[in-house]
Design a protein around this ligand. Structure first.
Ligand SMILES: Cc1cc2nc3c(=O)[nH]c(=O)nc-3n(C[C@H](O)[C@H](O)[C@H](O)COP(=O)(O)O)c2cc1C
Length: 158
């Protein structure tokens, strides 16, 4: 496998931990998607903001953009499950880049909903990519456990 890129958004740090584990296992580069206007730290308000953006397919502006993903052949795309799908900053990234001939590996953390419909949506957005099965982990604050799960599932991701 050529150089891997791990792109992710994390609201409360769980998905970040998984992204870091994947980066270590694959010796990949890591890039965090940060919206220019962060979501509210109040959970209920964040849910409202998320619903409003997701319903409109809104692509929030990011603090920083990647210039290109040309040098990577495998792109891990990570998000918490928000309202059964990936977060809006991931949509910004997917629409910004060309995924022709890339391998895309989704990963997510969630509160019980698994991937929801995010893999189907990633396939819709990246029609020219091979979207693999990926890895979904129950979000919990036990980082060490998530790290173990990433390792245990290394056959899926490497
Ligand atoms: C705005 C919001 C919406 C969420 N919606 C869902 C959902 O629909 N299904 C689910 O299983 N978990 C949902 N969750 C829980 C997160 O997916 C879960 O806590 C995740 O592990 C958090 O990852 P993070 O720390 O990287 O942000 C939601 C959390 C937030 C903040």
């Amino acid at each position: 496998m050529g150089k891997a890129l791990i792109v992710y958004y994390s609201y409360s740090g769980i998905t970040r931990g998984v992204a870091e584990s994947i980066a270590i296992l694959t010796d990949g580069d890591i890039f965090e998607l940060r919206p220019e206007k962060p979501y509210s730290l109040t959970y209920n308000t964040a849910v409202k903001e998320a619903r409003n953006e997701i319903e409109r397919d809104f692509c929030p502006k990011l603090e920083e953009y990647m210039e290109s993903i040309d040098k990577y052949d495998t792109i891990f795309v990570g998000s918490p499950n928000w309202l059964k799908t990936f977060v809006p900053p991931v949509l910004t990234f997917l629409r910004e880049m060309s995924f022709k001939d890339k391998k895309v590996i989704p990963f997510c953390t969630h509160g019980g909903g698994g991937f929801g419909n995010m893999v189907e949506r990633i396939k819709d957005e990246c029609k020219e990519a091979a979207v693999l099965k990926g890895l979904e982990l129950l979000g919990s604050y036990r980082r060490r456990k998530n790290r173990t799960m990433v390792k245990r599932n290394r056959n899926i991701i490497i």
